[in-house]
Design a protein. Structure first.
Length: 401
């Protein structure tokens, strides 16, 4: 038996296969119908839509066979994908040196005849084949070969349609989530802005100069919340639609931390909170600058929001092998246990007022989680209600080889 060599374009081919998110999915009528039609047209007992991953061939659709997959080493289809433009025809497997001692020939399902038409994507990657199999030797007519080629193209067209449908569903889900946020998290502070503005402009409001100054502060606070919510929403829309520029590079982590501290110095000063940073100046992260800035600023913003006045926030970073661990720790009000499991869920948008009445939308943590994952890292939140919260960000310290 000859094991099929690995194609030169194997990394690209596997990436294309993963793109369709088809492996190990349930049966689908569209693909089942193609396999049935291939069996009928070619007058064979077995027809398969076979996809080749790293170690196996997996059957998206099958007629006349119970197995869901076989080893790639045994797969006739692993040979077929080596020539994406050609149909592999094996009239008699017992006389073909590549297959005559293959266990699928010497034992069940006793393959004698095989014909496999490669399933080729728009970027010329062979994912597998639409194949027909018989337990007797035979030949296909030219019309049967032509039909098999057309059907294999239909498999690929259905894969594209399936992918487009999934993307549309995700976009629709995102649209619904964003409209929900727009209707709640933006409408609430905007309503407050309008109400306060109307009160300040009303000559008969009877507000004292002290009250006017207080309401102007409320007006500014609500305007800032609205702006931050809009900024986070815009970043999330760009990220989910693939329009967020992603340019990872090696960068000094301390510079990003100092930048986030400076950007929020007004808030820390107002609450008299000491922000202490412990980070080796030479410690580097492999990250997109905009994403990392957004993560660190959001985490520090949350820590400031929930810290008590005249307290401390500790930011520390240290290398761990090929990664780095960044923690932002506050000693504020903490998070209630029931809220922790849904902290990153956009639908939940968990948010409470800060220790000085600061408002928020709860979008920041969701965005941080998405960005951390995109950077090849992770984000975890540990909290004890009434004692404080620790956010732990793990990132690669250098580019993967």
């Amino acid at each position: 038996m000859t094991v099929a060599p690995i194609p030169e374009n194997e990394p690209d081919r596997l990436e294309a296969l993963k793109r369709y998110q088809i492996l190990d999915t349930e049966n689908e009528e569209l693909f089942d119908s193609i396999a049935k039609l291939a069996a009928i047209i070619c007058e064979v007992p077995i027809a398969l839509i076979s996809l080749i991953d790293e170690e196996r061939q997996w059957f998206k659709a099958k007629v006349g066979l119970d197995a869901k997959e076989t080893s790639r080493e045994l797969a006739f289809c692993a040979h077929a994908i080596l020539e994406p433009e050609e149909m592999l025809l094996v009239p008699d497997a017992t006389k073909d040196k590549r297959f005559r001692d293959n266990p699928l020939v010497t034992g069940a399902p006793d393959i004698r005849f095989y014909a496999g038409s490669p399933i080729v994507t728009h970027d010329r990657q062979a994912l597998g084949t639409l194949c027909v199999i018989d337990t007797e030797t035979r030949e296909l007519s030219e019309k049967q070969k032509e039909a098999l080629r057309h059907l294999s193209k239909q498999v690929c067209a259905n894969l594209e349609l399936r992918l487009a449908h999934d993307r549309l569903e995700k976009l629709n889900e995102s649209k619904n989530r964003f409209f929900s946020i727009l209707s709640h998290d933006l409408r609430s502070p905007l309503s407050s802005v309008l109400s306060i503005a109307e009160m300040l402009l009303d000559p008969e409001s009877g507000l004292s100069p002290e009250d006017e100054q207080k309401f102007k502060g409320y007006l500014l606070a609500n305007a800032k919340v609205t702006r931050k919510t809009a900024e986070n929403l815009l970043q999330m829309v760009q990220f989910e639609q693939g329009r967020f520029k992603f340019e990872p590079q090696e960068m000094k982590l301390l510079e990003t931390l100092e930048s986030a501290k400076a950007a929020l110095s007004g808030r820390s000063t107002a609450k008299r909170i000491e922000v202490n940073i412990s980070c080796n100046p030479d410690l580097t992260a492999w990250a997109d600058p905009s994403m990392l800035q957004s993560i660190t600023q959001n985490l520090l913003s949350n820590a400031l929001k929930f810290s008590h006045p005249d307290s401390e926030i500790r930011i520390s970073a240290q290398p761990i092998g090929e990664t780095l661990s960044l923690t932002v720790e506050d000693f504020g009000i903490g998070i209630k246990p029931h809220a922790l499991p849904t902290l990153f869920d956009l639908e939940s948008s968990y948010s409470t007022a800060g220790t000085s009445g600061e408002l928020g939308s709860g979008l920041g943590l969701t965005l941080c989680k998405q960005f951390a994952t995109r950077l090849g890292g992770s984000l975890q939140i540990e909290s004890e209600y009434g004692k404080g919260t620790l956010a732990r960000l793990t990132l690669p310290s250098k580019k993967e080889p």
